[in-house]
Design a protein around this ligand. Structure first.
Ligand code: NAD
Ligand code: GLY
Length: 364
């Protein structure tokens, strides 16, 4: 399978390969990176399964004594997207000894990718970064496009940078060990890509929805590659989110408010995005035809999400929305759907409509 590509200004860009972890040394030879001293950052679920395999492959391609690796394993989960994790990475890397050629490998899901990416962006003002995404969200979304960062008590992803990797290597087989809950969470971002940018992909998802949810291998590879290709296209158009890239935030203004209000990690990011997209569809109702809204909602309603606790109030969620990064001087910016496959952004949304959208997804 040929790689997907992110093509950026000034001749920059990188490839996204869907290949076995075994092939990593070969893929690394396509970029300028030294494996003499490397940092591999992972989490406590992913490292026991894949860390040794990755390190062994790198060492055997170089010769055991020619390749030194510092493995850093962080606790699994959204709470790892914190300043404390960054401090751990900074302390361990700097005490171990790094130079500007030392590559950082992010081996894991979106949490590892975001934190390791920010560490790579900031250590010595920038180290080479290679993403090895192992969750569905990471393979179709977070490892592509260069957003890195961590959460703050005031809101999600409030501290971060744009920092592009040299290469992304996604091994489809790593998805086989992903828990079911994380699989359906990842499907939220897949469906998001179809809803905002590719009607024919959405039709394909409708057609294969049961197989997709059941993780039928005959369709998943196509699905992952098509979803990743959409992300590559959008990022290539607008690296720094000054315009078209904003549509990737469909459902996220609601989702981030939920994640923060419930406490990070209560819902998975994908579950929050599923609920957020259903709310954003209701808010899209001014232009979106009812028949399209129903089609979109029918697909999203197949993704299992835990019920949001009744204790959570619309006032609290509205307060949490106020610190969203997407806030402008004119107000909160929402991504809405005009028709399946086409999204737009707007700040012209009435508070009463936002509240109605919240009510449509919260327990009665
Ligand atoms: P995650 O990294 O927490 O991974 C989900 C869970 O699956 C974790 O418990 C992890 O240990 C486990 N896991 C990952 N791969 C596994 C595998 N192959 N086998 C077994 N277990 C595995 O979260 P995620 O869902 O991958 O990503 C969500 C995060 O990504 C959120 O913080 C979100 O904000 C961020 N995100 C960032 C971007 C971006 O553009 N940077 C885009 C989307 C999401
Ligand atoms: N996940 C949103 C973006 O990458 O822009």
């Amino acid at each position: 399978m040929p790689p997907e590509k992110v093509v950026l200004s000034q001749g920059r860009g990188y490839d996204i390969y869907f290949r076995s972890l075994e092939d990593i040394p070969k893929l690394l030879s396509t970029v300028r990176v030294s494996l003499q001293r490397c940092i591999v950052i992972s989490d406590s679920n992913v490292a026991p399964i894949y860390m040794d395999l990755l390190c062994d492959r790198m060492k055997s391609s170089m010769g055991e004594s020619e390749c030194e690796i510092l493995p850093i394993v962080l606790p699994a989960g959204e709470t790892t997207k914190s300043q404390d994790s960054l401090q751990t990475i900074y302390d361990r890397s700097l005490h171990w000894g790094i130079n500007r050629m030392t590559p950082v490998f992010a081996l894991g899901g979106g949490v590892v990718g975001d934190v390791a990416g920010f560490a790579a962006a900031t250590l010595l003002r920038g180290l080479p970064l290679i993403h090895i995404p192992t969750s569905l969200i990471a393979q179709v979304d977070s490892a592509i496009g260069g957003k890195t960062g961590f959460n703050h008590a005031c809101g999600k992803n409030l501290i971060g940078s744009f920092y592009q990797p040299l290469l992304v290597c996604a091994d489809p087989d790593t998805l086989l060990t992903l828990p079911d809950r994380e699989w359906t969470s990842g499907l939220a971002e897949v469906i998001k890509h179809a809803l905002i940018a590719d009607e024919s992909f959405f039709e394909w998802i409708e057609l294969h929805l049961s197989e997709i949810i059941d993780r039928d291998q005959s369709v998943t590879a196509t699905m992952v590659q098509r979803a990743a290709a959409i992300k590559c296209r959008v990022v290539s158009e607008d690296e720094l989110e000054s315009g078209p890239r904003m549509i990737l935030n469909f459902g996220h203004t609601f989702a981030h408010a939920l994640e923060r209000s419930l406490g990070y990690g209560t819902l998975t990011h994908g579950e929050a995005v599923t609920i957020g997209m259903r709310a954003a569809l209701v808010l899209s109702g001014r232009f979106l035809k009812e028949i399209e809204l129903d089609r979109a909602d029918r697909v999203l309603s197949r993704l299992p999400v835990p019920e949001v606790p009744r204790s959570i109030s619309i006032e609290e969620l509205t307060r949490a929305m106020a610190t969203d990064k997407k806030r402008t001087t004119e107000g909160l910016r929402f991504v809405l759907i005009e028709k399946i496959g086409r999204a737009y952004t707007t700040v012209n949304v009435e508070q009463v409509d936002i509240e109605a959208a919240w009510r449509s997804v919260l327990p009665r």
